[in-house]
Design a protein around this ligand. Sequence first.
Ligand code: PBG
Length: 328
Amino acid sequence: MNPIERPRRLRRDGLRELVSETTLDASDLVTPVFVDATTDERVAIESMPGHERVPVEESVSRVEEVLETGVEAVMLFGIPESKDDRGSRAWAADGVVQEATRRITRETDATVITDVCLCEYTEHGHCGVLEDDAAADPRLTVKNDETLDLLGKIAVSHAEAGAEMVAPSGMMDGMVGAIRDALDDAGRADVPIMSYAAKYESAFYGPFRDAADGAPAFGDRRHYQMDPANAREAMREVSLDVEQGADVLLVKPALPYLDVIGAIRAEFDRPVAAYNVSGEYAMLHAAADRGWLDLRETALESLVSIKRAGADIIVTYFAEDIADALGR
Ligand code: PBG
């Protein structure tokens, strides 16, 4: 008997493009940029081939390179000149991210999104103010509510420097509401919040922690970042962020959490972003270096899959390479 349905009919060249359900576009991509106040020259990041930490003086030229590929948005991370126990350089008007943001928004057309977190700014490397004795007692970590005040100050300092959107990544309870209030009180009701609504305690952040010098000095982040085992909890996290005024909902990492991206897309009427993290980038590079995988093809397939799952925006270290490939 002949098959009743023949899906292969539409897989011929010329037709398969017509019926393609998902397209990637450079305008969906955001490239992370690391600005480093401790160096006056560009420093390659070994575990993230093609990425560098750049001094503030080079931030504009770095972003111009990004724009040339067709990618229009950058996410800024800062490495401060000094750290302390509360991370006070994170909200300094002359801090590394604030300086870079001012220059980039003045001199380029790039859309600047800033990471709002404390882990790169605290000497202990945690994402907030520590409980007393946290270093000695593994059950203690970050004080939630005291940290909220600091996150509000950071977001306002970024907005005042010209950031178009702020992206809190610390997974503190109430962080979106606290930042929304702080921005509104500062007269910055126009600045949207891209909340890391579902950020997992992931081993895929390893290369980033080297890049941004943000590994915790002791303990780990499992008291504030989510357990990889939990998907229903992600929906609760997202609901809370929506109630508090999140404008964009971000899931991180991306590839191991496509189910979470899909579920959020189906349930919530807000733009969804996914962060294709440093480990997802490094593993494809490592395999490609050995000749085991084709880098461009696996990167493209990864990003198409993240979009197909439901992401509107992808933050990815592949942004420039893929935009280049798409432009050809
Ligand atoms: C800091 C932060 C991290 C990443 C982005 N912001 C690291 C962490 O939580 O340890 C990871 C990004 C990546 O791996 O690409 N809050």
